[in-house]
Design a protein around this ligand. Structure first.
Ligand code: ADP
Length: 402
């Protein structure tokens, strides 16, 4: 089955066409600057053929038209007819409490997604636009929603309730949801395969460090706690997001600087994190480069970042009553040996001890713990698109056999 996997943002659509049987990416790319001047589509085919085209891409429907046109094109395409796309899988950020797994998109589901817009105002409206654009361009093709929140829906109440009046949970559904669920699930499954063990026998701490960063305690296959919360702002330090913060600080800054609610939100979302502390960049590569140049604030940013990962490792080992493996993924987790070393420093008491030779060399997917250690430290490149394609294919096939 060929599955078109879509990740629709406000002004961009990222896509991949994946053959689920061969687990092969046939083509992929992105449409950028939708609704703005200078909109482009960039496509890379499985054989390395690359093409970038500019166009007047006024909305998501036109973006999907462009994607289909390139997938069908004689010179750069991979399919000969629209009917070669058998299903569409959407990455949907917020499923609220309604979805604990992937679902076939029906009128009922889009209605629930609309009801959840308040929970994810920056993301869910664009997913809905993408769904409508596919209905227009690929009528009759089944569409499936795969939710970032779904994997964390089995968290116990003690992990997801905040210390605020319970009525606010009942009334507004204010609770921890957690995000990056597709990635945490994928790397947990890969980790079990790498260790040659059943996921249901393992206590794993999965650490997704990209522009957004989150960790999860995966106890025998179930996410029992995770660091992102009601929104993706909580938890670890991120590229531009503050992560854990004393909430009184927000009120204090608003009063001191005369900020509106929106301005305070922007400060915490866009001007904090690595960027905020270093004043240099939200990009970990630049932070590390400047730290090596003895930049004081770049070092603070790096240290706050890695110290927080370390604290969550300790917290989640405590939550699960032990840990068999810590798994690193995401752009930073997969690529930065420095971040992995600093995050796991001085944790031999938990059986965590990194072998620097393995950490700094070797394949992308690897076990970097010293031989004979009790707790394994693994690096696993994430592949959220593959999970979305496999989930989508599973739901569509089940429907065909029903
Ligand atoms: P997103 O969350 O947007 O999917 P990624 O998972 O691609 O982002 O991660 C982006 C982050 O990965 C950036 O902070 C970037 O600096 C970091 N990164 C990529 N390569 C390296 C590297 N070699 N060393 C350190 N950080 C890296």
């Amino acid at each position: 089955m060929n599955i078109l996997v879509l990740n629709c943002g406000s002004s961009s659509v990222k896509y991949q066409l994946i053959d689920d049987t061969a687990r092969k990416r046939l083509a992929g790319g992105s449409v950028e600057r939708i609704g703005m001047s200078g909109a482009t589509l960039s496509n890379t085919r499985f054989d390395g053929d690359e093409i970038k085209i500019a166009g007047e891409i006024v909305d998501h429907t036109v973006a999907i038209e462009y994607i289909l046109a390139i997938l069908l094109s004689r010179n750069h395409g991979v399919i000969s007819d629209k009917s070669d796309i058998h299903a569409v899988g959407h990455r949907v950020v917020h499923g609220g409490e309604a979805f604990a797994g992937a679902v076939l998109i029906t009128d009922e589901v889009t209605k629930t997604l609309r009801e959840n817009i308040e929970l994810a105002p920056l993301h869910n409206p664009h997913n809905l636009r993408g769904i409508a654009a596919c209905e227009a361009n690929l009528p009759g093709i089944p569409q499936v929603g795969v939710f970032d929140t779904a994997f964390h829906q089995k968290m116990p109440k003690k992990a997801y309730l905040y210390g605020i009046p319970y009525a606010l949970y009942s009334q507004y559904k204010i609770r921890r949801y957690g995000f990056h669920g597709t990635s945490h699930r994928y790397v947990a499954e890969r980790a079990a395969a790498m260790l040659g063990k059943d996921l249901s026998s393992l206590k794993l701490i999965t650490t997704h460090l990209g522009n957004g960063c989150s960790m999860a305690a995966v106890d025998r296959g179930v996410s029992v706690d995770t660091s992102m919360g009601f929104t993706p702002l909580e938890g670890l330090l991120m590229g531009t997001r503050c992560g854990d913060i004393d909430t009184s600080i927000i009120l204090y800054i608003m009063a001191k600087e005369g900020l509106t609610m929106n301005e305070a939100g922007t400060l915490l979302q866009k001007h904090s994190g690595l960027q905020g502390i270093s004043g240099i960049s939200s990009d970990m590569r630049e932070i590390i480069a400047e730290m090596k140049n003895d930049d004081r604030k770049a070092r603070y940013a790096f240290e706050v970042f890695t110290y927080r990962v370390k604290k969550y490792i300790g917290a989640y080992a405590a939550a699960m009553g032990g840990v068999d493996a810590v798994v690193f993924t995401g752009g930073i987790g997969e690529n930065s040996s420095e971040v992995r070393t600093a995050s796991c420093e001085n944790m031999a008491f938990l059986g965590i001890d990194i072998d620097e030779a393995k950490n700094t060399a070797g394949p992308k997917e690897k076990n970097i713990s010293r031989d004979g250690t009790r707790t394994q430290v693994l690096v696993v490149p994430t592949n959220e698109e593959l999970v979305i394609a496999l989930d989508t294919a599973e739901i569509v096939k089940a429907r065909q056999h029903a």
